[in-house]
Design a protein around this ligand. Structure first.
Ligand SMILES: [Zn+2]
Length: 62
């Protein structure tokens, strides 16, 4: 099961530390995701406040 960071919502497939936040505030209880490949051009990424390309959970449930 992949984990998502509770702080920035990035999905992490390996390890226990968020590469963006540098903390281990992770959960497996997330649902839905978006893949951001070009953060500069993604309106959705701007709306969500994302700053780094990656895969992000749409909602964190626990
Ligand atoms: Zn994070």
């Amino acid at each position: 099961m992949e984990k998502a960071c509770r702080t920035c919502k990035v999905i992490i497939s390996q390890g226990d530390t968020c590469p963006i936040c540098g903390v281990s505030n992770l959960t497996t209880k997330w649902s839905g995701y978006i893949i951001v490949l070009n953060i500069e051009k993604s309106e959705l990424a701007k709306k969500l406040g994302l700053k780094v390309n990656g895969t992000y959970a749409l909602s964190i449930n626990g």
